[in-house]
Design a protein around this ligand. Structure first.
Ligand SMILES: Cc1cc2nc3c(=O)[nH]c(=O)nc-3n(C[C@H](O)[C@H](O)[C@H](O)COP(=O)(O)OP(=O)(O)OC[C@H]3O[C@@H](n4cnc5c(N)ncnc54)[C@H](O)[C@@H]3O)c2cc1C
Length: 285
């Protein structure tokens, strides 16, 4: 399958990329790894007149430590995050999540910025960055802004990004002392989550939960935080009974979707099971 014809531009700086986007914003797409955009273009579901390839802008794939944070460039690939010793030590939830994405070929090309900007309701990274309380740096014609992960996703393939804004970086906290896990149920044919659960737990000296953050993907039209579950865990010791009763709340007031991978009832039950499993996996991490 061959995409419709387009004009290709490969700027060497963010400034040039943003100027080009602003000039053509009604009919332009950013190209990062191309793992979501190119299939859409080949199926003619997307027919942009212009493509801005940001892959030649220097240093956009850096993964760097700052005080209490790690900043990951928008062009950092899933494979880079999977292999990063810095992330494994200081923010293991990202490598734990990256390693579950598709196959080696997709992970070698697909990027963090692309995964977030695409806002796929079954994408894995949105769940992880929600559980990490990450912040997303978007650069556009009016300068840069930092967007909280919880404010970023609006719905199916929709985010608060403007068409002339580029995700240049994602800032995540150092979570070295936390317990984290990412688990998903996914059909072998696509690897996309029917349910994906990212867990980040803090335990105090007596083993009580001091903070809990749970991001869920695949279940509704956008990734979300399981706030009811988090509240039920706070200040308590985790045992099987508490985990089970809290996990049952993960889809309360959520508009669970139905598709070829499962009915509402199936997904609801699967979410219950996977939240419980992810909590147990996090405790053992
Ligand atoms: C066979 C296959 C299996 C897959 N399985 C999974 C899976 O299991 N889990 C999963 O999460 N994903 C999966 N993916 C998707 C993969 O993770 C993609 O890499 C990701 O969704 C998009 O990242 P990308 O860099 O390829 O973005 P692109 O495809 O280049 O872009 C995607 C969209 O985001 C926009 N965009 C890209 N970068 C930016 C940016 N920096 N700023 C603003 N807008 C931007 C583009 O204009 C486009 O609209 C799969 C893909 C394939 C082909």
């Amino acid at each position: 399958m061959i995409p419709a014809a387009f004009e290709y531009y490969a700027p060497r700086s963010i400034t040039d990329a943003v100027s080009f986007l602003a000039a053509h914003k009604d009919d332009v797409k950013i190209l990062s790894g191309g793992q979501s955009l190119l299939p859409l273009m080949k199926m003619r579901l997307s027919k942009p007149e212009y493509i801005v390839d940001i892959g030649r802008i220097p240093d956009l794939d850096n993964i760097a430590a700052e005080v209490n944070h790690i900043v990951i460039g928008g062009m950092a690939t899933h494979a880079q995050m999977e292999a990063s010793d810095l992330l494994k030590k200081s923010c293991p939830l990202l490598p734990q999540t990256a390693t579950t994405i598709a196959d080696v070929q997709v992970r070698n090309r697909g990027t963090l910025g692309g995964s977030i900007a695409h806002a796929d309701p079954a994408g894995d990274m949105p769940a992880a960055i929600l559980a990490l309380d990450a912040e997303i740096k978007a650069v556009g014609p009016n300068g840069e802004r930092w967007i909280k992960a919880e404010d970023f996703f609006l719905g199916l393939l929709m985010s608060v990004l403007e068409p002339d804004e580029i995700v240049t970086a994602v800032k995540v906290p150092v979570t070295a002392g936390d317990k984290t896990a990412y688990l998903k149920a996914a059909p072998r044919s696509s690897g996309f989550a029917v349910v994906g659960v990212a867990v980040r737990l803090g335990l105090d000296a007596s083993g009580d939960v001091s903070h809990a953050a749970i991001g869920i993907t695949g279940v509704t039209d956008k990734a979300y935080r399981a706030e009811r579950v988090e509240k039920m865990l706070m200040g308590k010791k985790l045992d099987d009974a508490l985990i089970d009763s809290a996990a049952a709340e993960a889809t309360r007031n959520i508009d669970v979707i139905e598709d070829i991978n499962g009915s509402v009832e199936y997904r609801t039950q699967l979410t219950h099971v996977y939240v419980a499993r992810a909590l147990k996996a996090a405790i053992q991490s």
